[in-house]
Design a protein around this ligand. Structure first.
Ligand code: SAH
Length: 478
């Protein structure tokens, strides 16, 4: 290949470090799945990445992710496509500063840590830890205000210092780069996901083609925090530069997630619904019906999707034959309540091992949901927007694909029997629909056929001869 005369091939490092003082600090290695005693090196398309620990003691542990971005390799592809070599291809800042390369590397190297799973230290992965991320050279074209705007709402203390353009020539003045530290007590997976999304946002100059799968990556890594970020709009636009349509699409999907999430009134609405259904003790009947089904299929590993505040989880824990119970919900608040109600913190270790709470959305493919005997989706589908039900159907029936799926939803006809429910209104203000028996049957039969399941419909609660049961249940079997 041609290379301009006289330009040495220099490899330039880009660095990110993360430090914890949570003791024993070396457990950081378990969370990142990288042994602190070793140097880990990876070949990436744009150079090499190394993970090592400059400090690893019981009281302080720092991990460094260092990228050797190869500036010649970067432009080589372009040159071969026919454009001529110009000096500015070499003299660009890509190799020296934190940019989306760092995100690409993090996505490769810390993929498991970013999902919040840890083989040896799951309890620690589920805990908030004192963490400090140091970004020695971060581009921040809008000034350091942006750093504060992006990270402070996520609970970090931000310190940023402008770097001089060249330390040897201070008279040249400041450059566009900052040296920044972010500190906070957060989940490691969240810190990694925040950096993954926000480093390219600070840079706003992505090096690779932004396509539709970038929207998925953004939403997945942004799940649980981006929808409620006060600057989500500028984050999305800068993450997807020059892609207005994609940015709009991402924002529309976030708005929906936010709807579910940030609805402060959701708790109150849930209580209103409970009041309406109280006279017939409907939630107790529902749980009993679902547990009966799980017993009948001898389910050992069970997912409760949209577990809310964990009513069903509590009963599932009483079932000795169920060895593993996973509750998932998009609402972090609900999971916190569930965790308190179940007294997870104080549970004996044997019992605690059986149950896990996951923060996630049924709208996105999630590998953590694969391989279960059964999934229950109790009073959840009516909270999903009809145009997005298709995403949920794929996530559950095509990707997670448990052997048995139990879905319950209110029976619309029955509403007229609830004395306290005004005619024509839903039981819960967040419901997007309430289906009649035939609507639910049509939907479930179509799903069963499409994904290779059979479905059976069962009533829950005392049936009215005309209006049917208060709750309807579909049991799908593979
Ligand atoms: N299954 C529980 C809660 C039902 S309320 C029970 O029977 O008590 C509906 C729940 O679905 C809420 O907790 C809500 O946060 C959750 N939910 C709504 N949309 C979701 C989504 N996209 N992914 C996961 N959970 C969702």
């Amino acid at each position: 290949m041609r290379r301009p005369h006289g330009l040495p091939r220099i490899i330039h490092p880009v660095l990110l470090t993360i430090t914890t003082t949570h003791q024993p600090a070396t457990d950081l290695g378990f969370l990142l799945h990288k042994n602190p005693a070793k140097l880990h090196s990876y070949e990436l398309s744009f150079g090499r990445a190394h993970v090592f620990y400059p400090e690893a003691t019981a009281s302080v542990c720092t991990v460094a992710l260092l990228l050797d971005v190869d500036p010649v390799g970067l432009v080589r592809g372009k040159g071969e496509r026919g454009s001529s070599w110009t000096l500015d291809q070499y003299v660009n800042d890509r190799p020296y500063v934190l940019s989306s390369f760092m995100s690409v590397a993090m996505g490769r190297i810390f993929a498991t840590a970013m999902t919040g799973r840890s083989k040896g230290r799951q309890e620690l992965a589920d805990q908030k830890l004192p963490l400090l991320a140091a970004l020695p050279a971060v581009p921040c074209r809008g000034g350091d205000g942006l750093l504060h705007e992006l990270f402070e709402p996520l609970g970090y203390q931000v310190k940023a210092e402008r770097r001089v353009l060249d330390e040897k020539f201070p008279e040249w003045g400041d450059g566009p780069y900052y040296s920044a530290t972010l500190s906070g007590t957060v989940h490691l997976r969240d810190l990694l996901r925040h950096l993954y999304v926000l480093i390219p946002v600070l840079d706003a100059e992505k090096h690779y083609w932004v396509g539709r799968d970038e929207v998925e990556k953004l939403l997945r890594k942004g799940e649980g925090w981006l929808a409620s970020h006060p600057h989500k709009e500028s984050i999305v636009k800068r993450y997807l530069p020059r892609q207005r349509q994609l940015a709009r699409e991402a924002l529309a999907r976030l708005a929906e997630e936010d709807n579910v999430h940030a609805d402060e009134a959701a708790e109150a609405h849930t209580q209103e619904e409970a009041k309406i259904e109280e006279p017939i003790r409907l939630w107790q009947l529902r749980i009993a019906a679902v547990v009966d089904v799980l017993r009948s299929v001898s389910a050992k590993r069970v997912l409760d999707l949209g577990c809310g505040e964990g009513k069903l989880l509590r009963d599932l824990l009483q079932e000795k034959s169920i060895a593993e119970i996973v509750g998932m919900d998009v609402s972090f608040r609900s999971l916190e309540i569930a965790s308190q109600r179940l007294r997870l913190e104080r549970m004996p270790p044997k019992q605690k091992e059986r149950v896990k709470l996951l923060h996630g959305s049924l709208m996105y493919r999630d590998k953590r949901l694969a391989g279960y005997d059964a999934a229950t989706v109790v009073e959840v589908i009516e909270h999903l927007d009809p145009p997005r039900l298709a995403a949920f159907e794929r996530v559950l029936f095509a990707e997670a694909r448990p052997k048995t799926v139990v879905v319950t939803t209110p029976t619309a006809e029955y509403n007229s029997k609830f004395e306290t429910l005004p005619a024509g209104t839903f039981r819960h203000k967040d419901h997007r629909f309430e289906w009649t028996r035939s609507e639910f049957k049509n939907w479930s039969q179509e799903i069963a056929q499409r994904f290779g399941y059979t479905v059976q419909h069962l009533p829950v609660g005392e049936e009215d001869p005309q209006l049917g049961p208060p709750t309807q249940m579909g049991v799908f079997s593979l």
